[in-house]
Write a protein that binds this ligand. Structure first.
Ligand SMILES: *[C@@H]1O[C@H](CO)[C@@H](O)[C@H](O)[C@H]1NC(C)=O
Ligand SMILES: *[C@@H]1O[C@H](CO)[C@@H](O)[C@H](O)[C@H]1NC(C)=O
Ligand SMILES: *[C@@H]1O[C@H](CO)[C@@H](O)[C@H](O)[C@H]1NC(C)=O
Length: 491
């Protein structure tokens, strides 16, 4: 039973004054606590990508399948498999990590094996990714015979390893060596995969680019939405060192006319015909880095270079775990600035005395994540997607953030501002997503109620019966929510 249902029953208890109902309610909540239901309980999707090459990162940055926590995700996606265009077939890009043959580590079956103890979990295999390029996918989808062979082979392949579905990560149709006809051919591929997958109850999803020009050229949004179960929107990389200006990696909102924001992307896809309950909003567990001779504010010109972290070792990119380790070091000299408009954090170093440059990283802090979760709930989206959980602070080595729910105004004003302390300190961002989803469902519901009868308004005061009722309902609901929430944290 969900906490919402318990809450609904509680409010009907208040209306009817039925003692029997309350007794039943108490029994029911005890009974449903005893039943072992695995995974998140808030009812929204939490789609976790693992970039499986993270296993090769040095030291504490190394992320193996053993590090995955299936309690924190509803879906997990193994990224990436590749395309063998000569065979029209999906193939492992790292047989030693992925497969069991020749004493391999069997990563595919290791990940799908989590379903035994965690039956809620859906495990998909992603094909594509940035490094696979676009050209071979363009060739595959253009030929009906190749598409037919691919659809048959990929179905056999994912069933062989006990995956629940396939995630298409072609970046992107019509782009980067793709051709204009990709747009239509991609629809055809999703249609044919859907027809085959329906025979086996398999999930079909796709990663979707966030830039307006990519959406315009690559996707017939209305058509692919018919055949895909979910669209995983890659709402990040809006700005980076390529701009030669300090900018935010994934701004929630932007000034009017600026198409580079999460809000623009989601609103645009909705306008193009994607149903909200199929849209999964992407959240980056990483930031974008810059070097500037100026002070290190957003908009400052950079010298065009960027820097890398000790784990991910890629110029222009820092995992959240790398960022929070720098910030947890009191002698590092780094400081942070919160930007309310974009819900982004900017962190910068002291000026280097030799180069005269300041290092900057823009990223999603836990507060950014909490605000985007609230946005997703307000827009009634299916849930959230994470690229990628291997750069969360999965070992729990950083100091916790303390301003996570600063923008949850209703909950703040009703005494929820100080959240119960977490038992576990690892995966702080992923835990924030789950916690924030539960809280945002309340926050948004209450905000809507408040909008119907604004607190202290003339209507509110006139209708004294109702307002008394609402207050009583709220305190009981808060109590129940608190009990369930604490229970959820402890177990
Ligand atoms: C595309 O396929 C060709 C032929 O198999 C292969 O040589 C090439 O590496 C592939 N391209 C990419 C980006 O994988
Ligand atoms: C903390 O930062 C200082 C200054 O950059 C550095 O010398 C030191 O090694 C860092 N400590 C850790 C534990 O990373
Ligand atoms: C309060 O409730 C009673 C009984 O339901 C009703 O008769 C009365 O009109 C209500 N008063 C107001 C101000 O709504």
């Amino acid at each position: 039973m969900s906490s919402r249902l318990v809450a609904k029953m509680a409010s009907s208890y208040i209306k009817t004054g039925n003692k029997l109902l309350l007794t039943l309610l108490v029994i029911a909540s005890i009974a449903c606590s005893a039943k072992a239901k695995t995974g998140p309980t808030h009812g929204k999707l939490v789609v976790c990508y693992i970039s499986t090459w993270a296993v090769y990162r040095p030291g504490n940055g190394a992320y193996a399948i053993e590090n995955f926590d299936p309690n924190l995700c509803t879906h997990v996606i193994y990224a990436f498999a590749g395309l063998d265009i000569t065979q029209s077939a999906i193939k492992s890009l790292d047989p030693w990590q992925d497969l069991k043959e020749d004493y391999g580590k069997g990563g595919y079956e290791h990940l799908t094996g989590f379903k035994i103890t965690h039956p809620h979990l859906k495990v998909s295999l992603a094909i594509g990714g940035w490094n696979e390029g676009s050209k071979n996918y363009s060739l595959l989808v253009a030929d009906p015979e190749q598409r037919r062979r691919f659809v048959k082979q990929v179905t056999t392949f994912i069933r062989k390893y006990n995956f629940d579905g396939l995630d298409l990560d072609w970046e992107y149709p019509t782009q980067r060596g793709g051709r204009p006809q990709d747009r239509e051919n991609f629809v055809q591929l999703t249609k044919e995969l859907r027809d085959e997958f329906d025979n086996y109850g398999l999930l079909l999803t796709s990663a979707i680019g966030a830039a307006k020009n990519v959406i315009d050229q690559a996707y017939d949004v209305r058509q692919i939405s018919r055949y895909l179960d979910y669209l995983h929107i890659m709402c990040y990389d809006y700005h980076g060192s390529w701009d030669k200006l300090v900018g935010y990696n994934a701004p929630l909102r932007a000034p009017e006319g600026d198409v580079l924001s999460v809000e623009f992307t989601i609103d645009y896809l909705l306008k193009m015909g994607a149903p909200p309950n199929k849209i999964v909003i992407g959240l980056p567990f990483y930031g974008r880095t810059f070097r500037t001779p100026r002070d290190g504010n957003a908009g400052d010109v950079t010298d065009g270079t960027a820097f890398q972290g000790p784990f991910t070792r890629e110029d222009g990119f820092l995992g959240y775990n790398e960022i929070c380790n720098i910030l947890s070091n009191k002698t590092s000299g780094w400081t942070t600035i919160w930007d309310a408009k974009t819900s982004q954090m900017l962190a910068r170093s002291e000026r280097d005395v030799f180069s005269g440059l300041v290092q900057v990283v823009t990223y999603d802090s836990a507060r950014s994540i909490a605000n985007k979760v609230k946005f997703a709930v307000e827009k009634k989206l299916a849930g959230t997607m994470i690229w990628s959980i291997d750069t969360d602070d999965f070992r729990g080595s950083c100091a916790p953030e303390d301003d996570i729910y600063a923008d949850y105004k209703y909950l703040q004003s009703n005494g929820h501002a100080i959240m119960p302390k977490r038992i576990n300190s690892n995966y702080p961002l992923l835990r924030t997503i789950n916690e924030a989803t539960t809280l945002a469902l309340d926050e948004v519901e209450q905000t809507i109620e408040d909008n119907e009868i604004p607190h202290g308004s003339i209507e509110d005061r006139k209708n004294s019966n109702a307002s008394g009722n609402v207050l009583l309902q709220r305190s009981l609901l808060d109590l129940i929510a608190f009990v369930l929430f604490t229970y959820h944290l402890v177990f």
